[in-house]
Design a binder for this molecule. Sequence first.
Ligand SMILES: [Fe+2]
Ligand SMILES: [Fe+2]
Length: 144
Amino acid sequence: MDDKKKALIDGLNEDLANEYAAIITYNHYAATVSGLAGQVLKPFFQGEVNDEIGHAQFLAEKIVYLGGTPTVEPKPVKHTTDVREMLQNTLQAEIDTIKRYTQRVEQAEAAGEIGLKIELEDLIADETKHKIEIERMLRDPLFK
Ligand SMILES: [Fe+2]
Ligand SMILES: [Fe+2]
């Protein structure tokens, strides 16, 4: 296997570990969020779980296709009972995820995986939607 492909697989595995963490985070926050703000956040977090599961499925399949072994270790998840902190943690995670996928697009192109490059751009579009929704909620007086 050439170095460019190896770097791409390693990067996709880092993305997968972060997607698994995102699934746990959103599922955990959906289950534990309480109060009036919780009535708005719970369905939002539940919806995010499904998106992140889709991303993890996609990445695991691609890693196998490229000849790698998908990780089974999620990145650490931050517990909090504070709703504003939940939103800030998930916002930071989405921002970091967009950065990682932007780097992965370049690695996919360098490895000659143009189809994958385009699919990774679709993931960037998904994560950007998540980021925008969280930013909008953080500006709402309910979450001050
Ligand atoms: Fe994701
Ligand atoms: Fe996301």
